[in-house]
Design a protein around this ligand. Structure first.
Ligand SMILES: *[C@@H]1O[C@H](CO)[C@@H](O)[C@H](O)[C@H]1NC(C)=O
Ligand SMILES: *[C@@H]1O[C@H](CO)[C@@H](O)[C@H](O)[C@H]1NC(C)=O
Ligand SMILES: *[C@@H]1O[C@H](CO)[C@@H](O)[C@H](O)[C@H]1NC(C)=O
Ligand SMILES: *[C@@H]1O[C@H](CO)[C@@H](O)[C@H](O)[C@H]1NC(C)=O
Ligand SMILES: *[C@@H]1O[C@H](CO)[C@@H](O)[C@H](O)[C@H]1NC(C)=O
Ligand SMILES: *[C@@H]1O[C@H](CO)[C@@H](O)[C@H](O)[C@H]1NC(C)=O
Length: 353
């Protein structure tokens, strides 16, 4: 149920709001739901050369449809790759981005399957999947990599990229998560390496995936992962609600103070103004191969480099290894605040709820 709106919303940063503080345990309001009913209306296919130099040929919507690289399956949205043809020029794959852009909010993604090479991460050589978002004039508008990794990686790396002058603290992240380095500038960015093997790749898929929740406010960017069988997954998703496991929540406002400690949190403070470094992000799902990350560290990975001298040779010659290299996205819910803080800024889109 959606809480009645007590306020009038004017678009733009200077909008004035009133809010009933007594009820403001969570002032998130649903602004978008993406699921199989509207996904392909709300996301565009990107069919340009991969900016990360992957061994990939991103296809357009028509080709994706005709060749079965994208569509619907098991109540979700399937975004896959070609796993039948050998190639010397780049494996066909899909990359989509949301038409709408967001500044701040709470992004609840129910993902049932992510690209992997099979039932073990040691079979994922060459694959570089990412669920992420980024703003204009990269890296000035910022980038948030929510779920990403390469090759035989066992758990998720959550990373931000920005322009100059943004250094992050990870105060509040799970103790097992490691901040690789605090400066988010440019290509390297500031990564937090998580420890659980349930939150990425084969381990993620084995238990049916789950929910990645990303909260982006003016003070911090935080990510949580709830596995398929957790009660929060039931509470936060349509599949949970319809299975009767959800108490009442439906599309009503989630309260991140009940989420527990984040897998990773990036706190801005005086060393990084989030409102200056992050804005107008489009949401992206893609699967690329080799390139600036998976390809660059191929020779450092003893499992992968034993398969072929070069990442491209392996990926090009072994299509059958990539039948599990697909995303199955059940739903993305986006909530934003209405308390007048900049985290609730939202450009040029009206309420759909
Ligand atoms: C998608 O979400 C909308 C809004 O919550 C809902 O009305 C619709 O039934 C959903 N579609 C599917 C296929 O779940
Ligand atoms: C999609 O890509 C195919 C293959 O490159 C091309 O023939 C076709 O014209 C493209 N369609 C659109 C609508 O761009
Ligand atoms: C969820 O499933 C995992 C195995 O995939 C199991 O270890 C865990 O106990 C389960 N948790 C709940 C709350 O059922
Ligand atoms: C800012 O960075 C400096 C130098 O790394 C550090 O000593 C300080 O604690 C940081 N301040 C905040 C608020 O994170
Ligand atoms: C990979 O190997 C190269 C050359 O041996 C080395 O310079 C580089 O630091 C290694 N990279 C990683 C991520 O281990
Ligand atoms: C919102 O952004 C404006 C312009 O960047 C800034 O002046 C103002 O202090 C911000 N307000 C809050 C609540 O952060």
């Amino acid at each position: 149920m959606i809480r009645p709106r007590a306020t009038t919303l004017a678009l733009g940063a200077a909008a004035a709001f009133t809010i009933n503080l007594a009820q403001a345990t969570s002032d998130y309001r649903i602004v978008e739901v993406y699921n199989s009913s509207n996904f392909f209306q709300e996301f565009d296919f990107f069919d340009q050369p991969d900016p990360t130099n992957g061994f990939v040929e991103y296809v357009n919507a028509t080709t994706a449809n005709v060749e079965g690289l994208a569509g619907f399956t098991e109540g979700g949205v399937y975004l896959g790759v070609d796993y039948t043809s050998q190639t010397t020029t780049g494996r066909k794959s899909t990359r989509v981005s949301s038409k709408k852009a967001f500044t701040g909010g709470l992004f609840i993604a129910d993902i049932a399957h992510m690209p992997a090479g099979g039932s073990r991460n040691t079979d994922s050589c060459g694959i570089w999947p990412a669920y992420w978002m980024f703003g204009p004039n990269w890296p000035l508008g910022g980038e948030i990599d929510i779920l990403e990794g390469v090759n035989t990686q066992e758990s998720n790396s959550i990373t931000l990229h920005t322009g100059e002058g943004c250094s992050m603290s990870n105060k509040g992240s799970l103790g097992s998560t490691k901040l690789v380095q605090p400066d988010c500038q440019g290509n390297i960015g500031c990564a937090q390496e998580t420890a659980s093997t349930e939150n990425y790749g084969a381990g993620f898929n084995r238990q049916g995936g789950g929910v990645y929740a990303l909260e982006w406010t003016d003070s911090a960017i935080s990510a949580w992962f709830f596995p398929r069988n957790s009660s929060l997954t039931a509470q936060l998703t349509a599949s949970g609600s319809s299975s009767g496991r959800s108490t009442s929540h439906g599309l009503s406002a989630p309260d991140t103070s009940t989420f527990g400690q984040p897998l990773a949190t990036f706190v801005g403070g005086s060393n990084c103004s989030l409102s200056k470094h992050f804005e107008d992000h489009n949401i992206v799902f893609d699967t690329t191969f080799c390139g600036d990350w998976a390809g660059k560290i191929w020779s450092n990975d003893s499992t992968c480099s034993a398969l072929a001298a070069k990442c491209e040779d392996y990926v090009g010659a072994n299509p059958e290894k990539f039948s599990d290299a697909y995303w199955l996205v059940k739903e993305i819910r986006i909530y934003q605040k209405q308390d007048g803080s900049n985290a609730s800024r939202r450009r040029a889109v009206g309420f759909s709820a």
